[in-house]
Ligand binder design. Structure first.
Ligand code: PHE
Length: 449
């Protein structure tokens, strides 16, 4: 039997691009603006940033180091660490949360990824001459067609499978190295366009002057969920990326870089989208359709609109793909390293199963849109369950495990941080993260019952 060799990133740069690629995705460009819009703007942004840096970054550091210490699939990594530390098997649940959570999230992530692909084509056809109403109608028609949605969902999943099947270095790493810089450049162009052509001052006001009257428990929970989602926490993606990380690399610094890049892109997405929303008198609380019903208006009017529009949606698709590969990876690593199924087969099996589950999300927008309970459609519930329950819970378990269960010395070794940074992180992860997450979850429980 061949010796099992766990892959490693070829450089720190490759790792950072992959991790930022995972973090920056639909969460930043599609979800953040509409959640900020629904949550009243500035107050949401402030709370969101607080969660990112005080809860998210410490958990990000924790998840990366669990992965690097475990050196295998998320389940096996946890078993390795538990074995090494002589701790109860219960904690392997963190590894399972990774595999199952990633499976669930990718099922709907890929459907939205499909929208972005479809909109590349629609943008090329041009939105010229269409008013805000026509564009909204076009989007609604698109959502009403389950066949069209399923085909795009299939295409998106196929791309994801193709990249992941090629492996960590030939697949994931190659994909992110040239896609991420391109994404960033286009964001800059769109923000500049919005600054010139849209209601920029109103946007600055909306995003950066907090109106605390818009805050309530729901919004705070949403902001925390979003900070976890945006940083890719609690779903095994970061843990598996950490497992491919070289010992020489400083995890603390990397985590800060990832969080800064991630929130930077989220804010830029807000700066690109809201000026257009306000300039055309649209509602910032437009929900999931916000991006698909606002930017096309601008693309319909600007010079080279079809080209820039197509490019924008292409890059949005790219952002989504560099995230979706990080969602398929924990599932594939599990099938491959823990179940011994060959990598290409693992990718196809895992990806196809996720595709099938995704059909429920597809139908949530049309045939099953009338089936609503608790938080809304099947999709709304899946989104809520993963985003606001599974991810924070998994984050809390990781914080408790690392802060209270395993030896402090193991973490000192793993992180090799300067002692006062270590002390700060250790304090945050032992006390602040679990308590903050716990409080927000408690709110949630009250809310439900
Ligand atoms: N962070 C990604 C985004 O913002 C989504 C994601 C979540 C990816 C969890 C991997 C794991 O779009």
């Amino acid at each position: 039997m061949a010796i099992k060799q766990h892959a490693h990133w070829t450089s720190r740069w490759a790792f950072l691009l992959a991790a930022v690629g995972s973090a920056v995705g639909l969460g930043n460009i599609w979800k953040f603006p509409y959640e900020a819009g629904e949550g009243g703007g500035g107050a949401f942004v402030l709370i969101y940033l607080f969660f990112v840096f005080f809860i998210g970054v410490p958990v990000l550091i924790t998840e990366l180091s669990l992965g690097r210490r475990g050196q295998s699939s998320t389940v096996e990594s946890m078993l390795n660490i538990i074995g090494e530390e002589g701790k109860p098997r219960f904690w392997v649940i963190i590894g399972w949360f990774g595999v199952i959570g990633a499976f669930l999230v990718l099922s709907f992530y890929s459907v939205i990824g499909g929208w972005t692909l479809a909109y590349i084509v629609k943008a090329l056809g041009g939105f010229t001459g269409l008013g805000a109403d026509d564009i909204a109608a076009q989007f609604n028609e698109f959502l009403a067609n389950p066949i069209e949605l399923s085909l795009w969902h299939a295409a998106f999943m196929a791309l994801t499978i193709f990249i992941v099947a090629r492996g960590v270095n030939q697949g994931l790493e190659k994909a992110v190295t040239f896609l991420m810089p391109a994404l960033f450049s286009i964001m800059v162009v769109l923000v500049l366009y919005a600054a010139v052509a849209g209601a920029f001052l109103e946007t600055l006001d909306f995003l950066f002057i907090p109106d605390f009257s818009a805050l309530n428990a729901e919004v705070i929970l949403q902001a925390m969920g979003q900070s976890f989602f945006s940083l890719s926490l609690g779903l095994g993606s970061i843990m598996i990326y950490g497992s491919y990380l070289d010992r020489k690399i400083n995890i603390g610094q990397s985590a800060l870089t990832i969080a800064a890049a991630d929130s930077g892109v989220a804010l830029m997405a807000g700066l690109a989208i809201f000026p257009i929303v306000f300039a055309y008198g649209l509602e910032p609380s437009g929900g999931p359709g916000l991006l698909f019903t606002t930017l096309p208006i601008a693309f319909g009017q600007m010079p080279f609109g079809p080209l820039i529009g197509a490019l924008f949606f292409a890059l949005l698709a790219v952002a989504a793909i560099t995230s979706s590969i990080s969602l398929l990876e924990p599932v594939v690593a599990y099938l491959n390293e823990t179940r011994g199924i060959e990598r290409i087969r693992s990718s196809i099996i895992g990806g196809s199963a996720i595709f099938l589950l995704g059909l429920l999300t597809v139908l949530s927008f049309n045939a099953l849109s009338g089936v609503t309970f608790f938080k809304g459609t099947l999709f709304d519930n899946l989104d809520f369950l993963t985003n606001n329950i599974l991810m924070p819970m998994s984050g809390m378990l990781m914080a408790v495990f690392v802060g209270w269960i395993i030896k402090r010395q193991s973490m000192i070794e793993e992180l090799a941080m300067e002692s006062h940074f270590f002390a700060l992180w250790y304090f945050l992860i032992r006390f602040v993260s679990p308590v903050a997450i716990g409080l927000v979850m408690l709110e949630l429980i009250f809310d439900i019952f």
